[in-house]
Design a protein around this ligand. Structure first.
Ligand SMILES: NC(=O)c1ccc[n+]([C@@H]2O[C@H](COP(=O)([O-])OP(=O)(O)OC[C@H]3O[C@@H](n4cnc5c(N)ncnc54)[C@H](OP(=O)(O)O)[C@@H]3O)[C@@H](O)[C@H]2O)c1
Length: 293
């Protein structure tokens, strides 16, 4: 059922009972501009997904909101029937409107429809991991998540979902979810320049819960920093490789889901993320966004 070992940088991690490579792939960038509509290069998108699996990646992150439905459909077209080792992680809790907005939808009936849509578009009988997407497009919002998370637990008990996670969550919401039922991952915004979750990452690591940073490379505005460029130049590496290597070395519970619509970038990122950062490199990179204490 699972891949016990890998040659990919970072090795593997187990989400509940699903072993995945710590180097995963985020599919959001495969949809059209601003994550709406189909990609300009359909065959290129299919090639990226197949290359990810050929490289040994066993964790693909997606959402039916991307497109909407587009990235899930591409994943199904490229990879179905899925290898046993491959685990697709999706998220629910919102939808796309005609203007490309991201309105929230977290009532039980809305969540059920989203689970059913994901099962249909991905061609699965059970969703391996589902993140409850919280907050709004501007970031986390502190409010109770009990009703929505309990609804997902209900779907889990019905066999529609194997494992649960939360995304775009506050620390209090992570704690609220964990008090209701176990979660296997937290997917929040985090990268070299945005480190609000440092303390949460350490706490989750101690408890064996994965932390999956979205926008690991800066998202729509790629990371730019003189310190990052200086370290990359010293190591004869790309800035993106250093940013990914830093995440892998930051904590063993961090799983990578960098996005790209380019086979060349995917190969470059996989090859580069294994670079060893020394104490001097880490100290310089830490100064980009010092930890709060
Ligand atoms: N839970 C949430 O709320 C949430 C929100 C956002 C994203 N996500 C997830 O997180 C994943 C990652 O986020 P993301 O894709 O938006 O951002 P990202 O991984 O931080 O950055 C992706 C961008 O980096 C570029 N890139 C990648 N490799 C590169 C390289 N070697 N050289 C130069 N540029 C490179 C890509 O352009 P190219 O296409 O040209 O390579 C793309 O524009 C998404 O795919 C999605 O699954 C989740």
């Amino acid at each position: 059922m699972s891949t016990p070992s890998t040659t990919l940088p970072g090795g593997t991690w187990t989400l509940g009972d699903l072993t995945v490579t710590r180097f995963g792939y985020g599919a959001m960038q495969l949809a059209g501009p601003w994550v709406m509509g189909p990609p300009a290069d359909h065959d290129g998108a299919i090639a990226v997904l197949r290359e990810a699996v050929d490289l040994g990646i066993t964790h693909i992150d997606t959402s039916d909101s991307y497109g909407p439905h587009i990235t899930n459909q591409l994943i199904r077209e490229a990879l179905h029937p899925y290898p046993d080792s491959l685990h697709v992680v999706t998220k629910i809790g919102g939808r796309r409107d005609e203007q490309g907005g991201w309105p929230t939808e977290r009532r039980p009936d809305q969540l059920r429809r989203q689970v059913e849509d994901n099962l249909e578009s991905l061609g699965l009988d059970t969703l391996g991991v589902v993140n409850l997407r919280l907050g709004d497009a501007d970031g986390p919002v502190q409010e109770s998540i009990a009703e929505a998370y309990e609804t997902l637990v209900d779907f889990q008990q019905q066999g529609m979902i194997r494992h649960l996670g939360v995304s775009n969550a506050t620390v209090a919401q992570v704690d609220e979810a964990r008090a209701i039922a176990p979660l296997v991952c937290v997917q929040n915004m985090y990268n070299l320049a945005h480190r609000l979750d440092d303390e949460l990452i350490d706490r989750l690591a101690a408890d064996g819960v994965a932390y999956v940073p979205f926008f690991p490379l800066g998202g729509f505005s790629p990371l730019q920093s003189s310190a990052l460029s200086a370290v990359a130049a010293r190591l004869d590496a790309t800035a993106m490789s250093v940013a990914l290597a830093w995440l892998l070395q930051r904590s063993p519970n961090i799983l990578l889901i960098p996005g790209t619509s380019s086979v060349a970038h995917l190969r470059e990122n996989v090859a580069g993320a294994g670079i060893a950062l020394g104490e001097d490199d880490l100290a310089e990179l830490d100064r980009i966004s010092p930890r709060e204490s």
